[in-house]
Design a protein around this ligand. Structure first.
Ligand code: PBG
Length: 309
């Protein structure tokens, strides 16, 4: 009689990929999640296949950062290598790559900056196109622009199409809030802004009608799927976007801070981790998300395989 189902293939697992070999460094604020080097990914792909998880999102931590984020579109950049390793290991695994500059710039902002430290929207779009094309050349299936810059979906679609990558899809972080719940991610991806914040381009947590405008603009520009982020405080937004754009797949990102809250409470014996994580993910699905990007993915897949949800 249950209205909402939860299965391993509803889940997308993020990876933080670092340069080097044999690296597996735990992220202290995200227990159970490690930064890994490219050589670990073939083994990861096999594990995911055995768990029934069919998609991953790849974030890269470059070997060097600069004001222009040059490594973001390097042919042998860490994400580009990671994509090749994952697709070589399992061509059926759906690889999604994050397209943003914040992990690659020394100032940690999502774009080029003007002399006053504001993100230069239109100048950055051209670079996002280059990043997407370099990911496509490495073999990614889906690019996920996460910077909330105006016009990013259209610019990326244009760059992909003129580079003969028409089949690479765009999952747009259409509705992304300037949230305090990205804290642990910034440790994991080493991409905290060195000054200021992202409120000039990410959304105000108090706004929901604006989310529909943001989503509409991305749909108009050719987004193939939409994402709402974070998930838990924004389930109403997930539902509204689902209802307004029923024809597009919708993802929700159960972000690092949401994960950390469950993990730390469970570690203290204050929550039953399994029950809490399954409840969280079921509720995100109930709100209307087809896919959930979540750091709980492997554990949940194991629990679901064990048969007890
Ligand atoms: C930006 C990006 C962020 C997250 C995903 N992509 C950080 C930010 O916008 O500051 C956060 C995800 C999480 O907290 O799990 N590239």
């Amino acid at each position: 009689m249950r209205e909402t189902t939860l299965a391993p293939d509803d889940l997308v697992l993020p990876y933080f990929v670092v340069p080097g070999e044999g690296v597996r460094s735990p992220i202290s604020s995200m227990p159970g999640i490690d930064q890994v080097s490219v050589d670990a990914l073939a083994g990861e792909a096999r594990e995911l296949a055995s768990l029934g998880i069919k998609a991953v999102v790849v974030f890269g931590i470059p070997s060097s950062k600069d004001a222009l984020g040059l490594e973001s579109y390097a042919e042998d950049g860490v994400v580009q290598q990671a994509v090749r390793a994952l697709k070589d290991a399992d061509s059926e695994l759906v690889v999604v790559t994050d397209v943003c500059l914040c992990e690659y710039t020394d100032h940690g902002h999502c774009g080029l900056l003007d002399s006053e430290g504001y993100v230069l929207n239109d100048e950055t779009l051209e670079i996002l196109g280059r990043i997407a094309v370099s990911h496509a050349e490495a073999g990614t299936d889906v690019v996920a622009p996460s910077g909330m810059l105006d016009g990013m979906v259209g610019a990326i679609r244009g760059a992909l199409d003129s580079g003969a990558h028409e089949r690479v899809a765009i999952l747009s972080y259409a509705v992304k809030y300037a949230s305090a719940f990205y804290g642990p991610f910034r440790e994991a991806a080493e991409g905290a802004p060195s000054f200021g914040d992202r409120r000039s381009h990410q959304m105000d947590p108090g706004n929901a009608r604006e989310a529909l405008l943001e989503a509409a603009l991305d749909v108009e520009q050719g987004a193939d799927a939409l994402m709402v982020k974070p998930a838990l405080g924004y389930l109403d937004v997930v539902t509204r976007v689902r209802e307004r754009f029923p024809e597009l797949p919708l993802a929700a990102y159960n972000v690092s801070g949401e994960y950390a809250m469950v993990k730390v409470a469970a570690a203290n014996g204050w929550l039953d981790e399994r029950a809490a994580a399954l409840e969280v993910l079921t509720c995100i699905r109930r709100a209307g998300a087809d896919l959930v990007v979540t750091y709980h993915a492997k554990d949940v897949a194991r629990w679901l395989q064990g048969g007890a949800a």
